[in-house]
Design a protein around this ligand. Structure first.
Ligand code: BG6
Length: 518
């Protein structure tokens, strides 16, 4: 009897140990965050508001410093003014004068050319001034690369050359997307990073993974056995992922002209969503167990041959139109864009996963700028019943659909048919709905906050591993190069405020399906 109890204890303990995320009591040690690109769009709109918000919630240690390094001609005080302006203008923080007075004293700026040795010599001595050691005497430094991909290798090389990666400092490095601009450059960047840092020090960020509703995909799938039984090619007809934006390119013309929609959204955010929807259950909840399973999905993506790209994908560029009742210019009329630009701002495609669970199930994806409205949604469409039992009136049945809405309203709904009262054999589709806001009465945790906090805690679960990055590029590289090598079709081919080019609609119609999100 005693023996049996012990065995049960072991089993229970083992089960609980599959979760390695530190509990609430985890205490973050003093650190210095060095931001390369600390005056840029991303830092002003996302990163610094996220840090300030974490600070407002008293979740940063007493001692920390933020040192921004860049080419702007700024001193500590003028940088603080720039940050203050960004925080006051941010929707993501509720500005507090008192907290700002404390926070600002932790902000510093080092002005210098990121490509010159001298900047890194000065960085060493500046770090000596601003660093506060941890309780155990470590000097924790996190580098944040919020800079264009072409500058990343230069910065990593110079950090390494100046002994700033290993050695007396305990470092981590956060690398923003896009990680490289194709497989070859991503491999080179990975090689360089892992020659300067260990893989466990490298945090490749994809902010979609920090979104509460994106994380929920794993929880939803693996904590509800009713859905997981049906989660395969036997019961699922197709999966649709829409990442639609109503905004244009803001003031990111230089970046966008070089990237285009596939590098900007498909190679990272959309493939990560496919990874979460399609992965097998991980052995446990540790970072690498989850990342292993996602990598397998990316490796199983059916490689698209050149002659298939035309058939299975659609690209587009927006022309002038009306978004939310407001006239907006076309992409080629945006300030800084060349009038003959061939950069795609829209992509739709069908991906197939060549594995046991998903053989034959299309994963349709669609993303674009200046579409009818902002919505990110995953629709899982189930098979139709094998027999139409209810006669002629029900010839066209609405399929069962599970909708995971990531934004703007975070919700999950399940669509099914019910009999219309009083009407013979009439079926009506209804949605059973769960809303985050209604149930939990609070907005979900912003993505960057979660990711920064995870990095501070040393949790890599929501960051992208080297092998995933490379497998993801392998999937999109042939598509990008095929479209780049042929003259773009009739650009602009969709009006701002629409749902994209007609061909995107036809992509599904030719297979007897239609986009569910709209
Ligand atoms: C970024 C892209 O990664 O994601 C942007 O570079 C895009 O072009 C943004 O607008 C969308 O993020 P979100 O969180 O607003 O869906």
């Amino acid at each position: 009897m005693v023996q049996k109890k012990r065995l049960e204890d072991v089993a229970v303990t083992k089960y609980l140990q599959t979760c390695d995320i530190p509990g609430e009591s985890f205490q973050v040690e003093p650190f210095t965050l060095v931001i390369f690109g600390g005056t840029g769009d991303l830092s002003r709109k996302k990163l610094l508001p996220a840090l300030f918000h974490i600070y407002l919630g008293n979740e940063l240690p007493d001692h920390f410093s933020i040192l921004s390094v860049g080419g702007s001609n700024l001193e500590d005080d003028s940088y603080r003014i720039l940050v203050e302006r960004a925080l006051r203008g941010s929707d993501e923080v509720c500005f507090s004068e008192e907290k700002w007075a404390e926070f600002r004293s932790r902000l510093f700026y080092l002005s210098g050319n990121l490509e010159e040795e001298e900047t890194y010599r000065r960085l060493c001595s500046r770090l000596d001034q601003v660093l506060v050691p941890t309780r155990e005497g470590h000097r924790d430094v996190i580098y944040y690369l919020a800079i264009p991909p072409q500058t990343m290798p230069i910065v990593v090389n110079l950090l390494n050359r100046h002994g700033l990666c290993r050695g007396p400092l305990d470092t981590k490095i956060i690398v923003e997307k896009p990680f490289g601009r194709d497989l070859a450059s991503a491999v080179r960047l990975n090689r360089l990073l892992t020659s300067a840092f260990d893989e466990r020090q490298v945090y490749r960020i994809d902010h979609y993974l920090g979104k509460e509703t994106v994380q929920n995909i794993i929880f939803f799938r693996f904590s509800n056995s009713i859905f997981e039984q049906l989660w395969n090619h036997r019961y699922i007809d197709n999966v649709q992922i829409t990442v639609a934006e109503d905004m244009g390119i803001d003031n990111r013309v230089r970046f966008y002209e070089q990237a285009g929609v596939i590098r900007d959204i498909v190679q990272n955010h959309i493939l990560q969503l496919i990874g979460l929807i399609a992965m097998e259950p991980p052995v446990g909840f540790e970072a690498d167990f989850i990342r292993d399973e996602k990598t397998k999905v990316f490796r199983s993506l059916h490689p698209m041959k050149e002659e298939q790209v035309d058939r299975f994908t659609v690209i587009g560029q927006y022309g002038p139109g009306k978004v939310q009742e407001k006239e907006v210019p076309g992409y080629r009329q945006e300030k800084g864009v060349s009038p003959g630009s061939t950069t795609p701002t829209f992509f739709a495609g069908a991906f197939y996963i060549a594995n046991w669970r998903w053989a034959g199930v299309p994963f349709y994806v669609r993303t674009g700028k200046r579409l009818a409205r902002r919505i990110t949604e995953i629709a899982i469409q189930f098979d139709q019943p094998p027999l139409r039992l209810f006669g002629r009136t029900c010839d066209v049945l609405e399929p069962n659909v599970l909708l995971l809405t990531i934004q703007p309203e975070e919700k999950i709904s399940l669509r099914f048919g019910v009999k219309v009262p009083g009407m013979p054999n009439q079926i009506y589709p209804i949605d059973m709905k769960f809303s985050y806001r209604e149930t939990f009465q609070s907005p979900p945790h912003p993505a960057y906050e979660r990711l920064i906090q995870d990095c501070l805690k040393g949790d890599l679960t929501l960051f992208v591993r080297q092998d995933q990055i490379e497998a993801m590029w392998e999937a999109v590289d042939p598509i990008i190069s095929c479209w780049e090598n042929q003259p773009p079709p009739n650009f602009p081919n969709y009006a701002a405020g629409s749902w994209g080019p007609l061909e995107a609609k036809k992509l599904l119609e030719q297979e007897g399906r239609r986009w569910i999100t709209g």
